[in-house]
Design a protein around this ligand. Structure first.
Ligand code: GLU
Ligand code: ZN
Length: 297
């Protein structure tokens, strides 16, 4: 392999549905340290494909937080609503359709409630373009295997555990699964580091890569922070925006929760981030699924 091909390219991909909270800051920090400790690139993508959830200026506030925490990204920020990205999603959809791997689905949320796997109702129907519909990708009977760098060997039988899945939603928006695969491919991302809450999507993304003739990246899913009730921190359960007042204190707390060593002497935020990269030991949280932390800053 040439040196160029082996360069690590990672990314942080927040949704602009609000400010970064402690959980999403952790995703930024872990993916940053992993990339930089491999002398890699670290890109920033604003995942606004579900434009109905976009909050005005949330992207600018995310930039400010990353800057306050000295997490400097490479290159230009990518937006999924950018017409260039959208054209590539459309091309991928056409490619999958040409392969005979897609069909229209008119099932309503109500019809599908109680099904964790899509039962394939519409697979053999021919639904007209005029009817409200989503577009599903046909899954096959192969089991998808992959080795997660943090969580170890994983497998998913897509047909049994997920079923044919949407690549275009009923409202006409491209699905998160399709967008992520195309975005990662276009940016040359070869290492995806993200929270374990997204582990379940990985087999679908690998499947999409393969059907499109692309090479999937390596995956690493780190443990996510849960609150006193054992729930993931998220905007939905009102996790508060991470403070810009004392980034070093918040960063030390995050590193401590990840079982990383901490410097004994006081440091500036920039020094602390560099220290974290230089002392990065992901094996300290390998196999761990949750970080229990009651009160987050
Ligand atoms: N946009 C997703 C989130 O904010 C992350 C998706 C990914 O890293 O693949 O949870
Ligand atoms: Zn259907």
């Amino acid at each position: 392999m040439s040196k160029k091909a082996s360069v690590y390219r990672g990314r942080f991909a927040p949704s602009p549905s609000g400010d970064l909270h402690f959980g999403s800051l952790l995703a930024a920090l872990v993916s940053y340290c992993d990339a930089r400790s491999h002398n890699g690139y670290w890109y920033l993508r604003i995942e606004d494909v579900d434009s109905s959830r976009t909050v005005v200026d949330a992207d600018l506030r995310i930039f400010k937080t990353l800057q306050a925490y000295e997490l400097a990204w490479d290159g230009q920020v990518i937006y999924q609503t950018d017409s260039k990205q959208q054209q590539h999603y459309q091309k991928a959809l056409e490619q999958l359709t040409d392969l005979g791997l897609t069909y229209r689905c008119r099932c309503t949320r109500k019809q599908l409630s109680g099904h964790s796997t899509y039962p394939g109702h519409c697979r053999l129907l021919s639904i007209s373009e005029q009817e409200p519909h989503s577009i599903r990708l046909i899954t096959d009977t192969d089991t998808i295997y992959f080795n997660d760098s943090y969580q170890g060997p994983q497998q998913q039988h897509l047909q049994q555990q997920c079923g044919d899945f949407n690549i275009v939603r009923k409202d006409g928006l491209f699905s998160y699964q399709l967008a992520v695969v195309i975005d990662d491919h276009l940016s040359g991302i070869n290492h995806v580091v993200r929270g374990i809450d997204i582990l379940d999507s990985t087999a679908r993304q690998i499947y999409l890569h393969r059907k499109l003739g692309l090479t999937p990246p390596a995956y690493a899913h780190f443990p996510i922070v849960v609150n006193q009730k054992g729930h993931k921190l998220s905007k939905q359960n009102h996790a508060t925006a991470v403070s810009h007042e004392d980034p070093t204190q918040v960063t030390r707390l995050a590193l401590n929760l990840l079982n990383q060593d901490l410097p004994h002497k006081p440091m500036t935020q920039q020094q602390l981030i560099q220290w974290a990269v230089d002392h990065w030991l992901p094996e300290r949280f390998k196999g761990q699924k949750h970080i229990d932390y009651g009160v987050t800053p």
